[in-house]
Design a protein around this ligand. Structure first.
Ligand code: FES
Length: 60
């Protein structure tokens, strides 16, 4: 699924970057090559990143 339509960033890309330590959608997007454009994706991107970060802190 796409998180960011403007930049065609996928949920899996955003999740991987959050698991790797990215702290914000802006940081993740800059790693992927381009920052936010319209900004409509940012609330969902934050949710995806929060979920990924929470999953990383759960003991396995
Ligand atoms: S949908 Fe992500 S910047 Fe527009």
């Amino acid at each position: 699924m796409y998180v960011c339509i403007c930049n065609r960033y996928r949920e899996c890309e955003i999740r991987d970057l959050a698991a790797g330590g990215a702290k914000s959608p802006e940081e993740a997007y800059s790693v992927l090559g381009s920052g936010p454009r319209c900004g409509r994706c940012l609330p969902f991107a934050r949710q995806v990143m929060d979920e990924a970060a929470a999953a990383e802190t759960v003991p396995r």
